[in-house]
Every structure is written in C-alpha cells, then in structure tokens.
Design a protein around this ligand. Structure first.
Ligand code: NI
Length: 157
C-alpha cells in the first residue's frame, strides 16, 4: 500500500512512498447516446451525431493504473499475468458489442466515456481492491475520460 503519514499537528496527510504500474488494454465497441423519452430530433439537439439511430463505433483504449507496495521478491506491485487475467473478462464483455443494446448496465445509463470508465472501474474494484487507483479511457484521439476515488484525486481542489 501507499505509505501515508498523518501529520498530527497540521492534520495533513502526506504520501511517503508511491509506486504505480499502468497497463493499456484495447477494445472496439458501438453505442448510441439518446434519451428514450425524447424524439430523434430532440436527441440530435443534445447529442448531435452521437445519437445517430443506427449507432457508431470507437476503438477504445483503457489504461488501468495500480499502486501499492513493491513485492521484495518479485520487484512488482502486481504480477502482470494476474492483471491480464483480471482484465480479460472485463474487456471481452465489451469488445465488439453494441453497448447500449447488449450490455444491460448501458440500457439504463448512457454509454458515454464517463460511464464506461466507471463501469470498468466497478468491474475491477472487487478484484483489485485498494491497488486500483485510476482508469483512463480514450475514446478518440482527441478525448479521454478518467475515473478514480477521492483519496486518489490527483489535483488540488
Ligand atoms: Ni461515440
């Protein structure tokens, strides 16, 4: 785990040591952004071409970052094969799917980058626990989405 020092006087928490590992996984998927209660025209006003009734696709890449102690024997935070084994069913479930039709979660929630990143996070969290600190989902060469929890929020508020 990250080694946290709690400063009794100032009440601040400082990180004494930090090591992370990030690995990229890829999948392709289709989606359509639309609000069911609205017409195609109204959806176009909100989502533009992303609400094309026949859907459209993206080549996604997802960067999964884990942090924690460096195992003294292996020299690693996590065995890379183990990380691959944990990711495989999550990526396989999404790959070459029409997300809003084939994945029940996205029948109720918009299959946006934000929600896909959260879905991947929620799928990995039970297996990676506190080691999981950051998900970065790239949807196009111009856009990416991040998901993490408060304690790992990387920016000053
Ligand atoms: Ni799209």
């Amino acid at each position: 785990m990250k080694h946290m020092i709690y400063m009794l006087i100032t009440g601040e928490t400082k990180i004494e040591e930090y090591a992370s590992l990030t690995k990229t996984y890829r999948f392709s998927a289709g989606h359509r952004l639309f609000i069911k209660a609205l017409s195609d025209e109204e959806n176009f006003e909100i989502f533009d071409t992303c609400s094309n009734p026949n859907g459209h696709g993206h080549d996604y890449s997802v960067q999964v970052r884990v942090a924690g102690d460096i195992d003294p024997q292996t020299g690693a935070i996590i065995n890379l094969d183990e990380l691959d084994r944990i990711l495989a069913p999550v990526i396989d479930e999404l790959d070459h799917r029409r997300l809003d039709i084939e994945i029940p979660y996205f029948e109720e929630k918009q299959p946006t980058g934000e929600n896909i990143a959260k879905y991947i996070w929620d799928s990995l969290k039970p297996k990676l626990g506190d080691k999981l600190i950051h998900i970065k989902l790239s949807e196009t060469s111009n856009s990416y989405f991040e998901y993490y929890e408060e304690e790992n929020y990387p920016y000053e508020l």
